[in-house]
Design a protein around this ligand. Sequence first.
Ligand code: GDP
Length: 212
Amino acid sequence: MQTPTLNFNKVHFVTSAPDIRHLPDDSGVEVAFAGRSNAGKSSALNALTNHKNLARTSKTPGRTQLINLFELEPGRRLVDLPGYGYAQVPEEMKRKWQASLSEYLQKRESLKGLVLLMDIRHPLKDTDQQLLEWASSNELPVLVLLTKADKFNAGPRKNIVQQVRQDVLPFGHLVRVEAFSSLKGLGIDLLAEVLTEWYYADAGPEEETNAE
Ligand code: GDP
């Protein structure tokens, strides 16, 4: 059976929400993007959707702490989770944010996959590991993208990818680690393929036949 093609260019912004109670209906399939601030999440979302500034909304002051939700087609959504690890954010705000993030990851039924972005030079910081733990305890598949991979030549890059693959073994077999560069276009096709798999994993044969 032919795999359907999702047109990531057709994405549009739906809403920004402070917590899961303000999100649209928990039906269909959602894929979330998470990462430390500056990990390259906006650049990856822009590269995937071929938009120059899709994730600008998520960077608007006042929205950086919100869950930003985009739709690709009815029932298939992309979620831009707030970046974490800001040095200047007060403890109280960090705690609130962590609570809303963990709630989203643990309670959102339509969440079928997590893309976790980490700068290839600084992988697996505390919160990254915390997210992997939540994902693993909820049997949620994770695609770890080691971003800005263009900072290394092929040899050292491969070594880091191998090392991180070893390091994530304790988080189970649903974690996949790949090098990624928005700048050089590395890993974008793979990202689109993995997302398409997640989006169509639950689709019945009828829907697959009818897709473009
Ligand atoms: P976000 O805070 O996670 O959304 O990160 P951004 O996408 O805004 O990127 C943070 C910084 O990393 C910016 O200065 C980008 O230009 C840079 N950056 C993002 N992706 C890449 C990449 O693939 N290669 C390189 N060399 N720099 C990148």
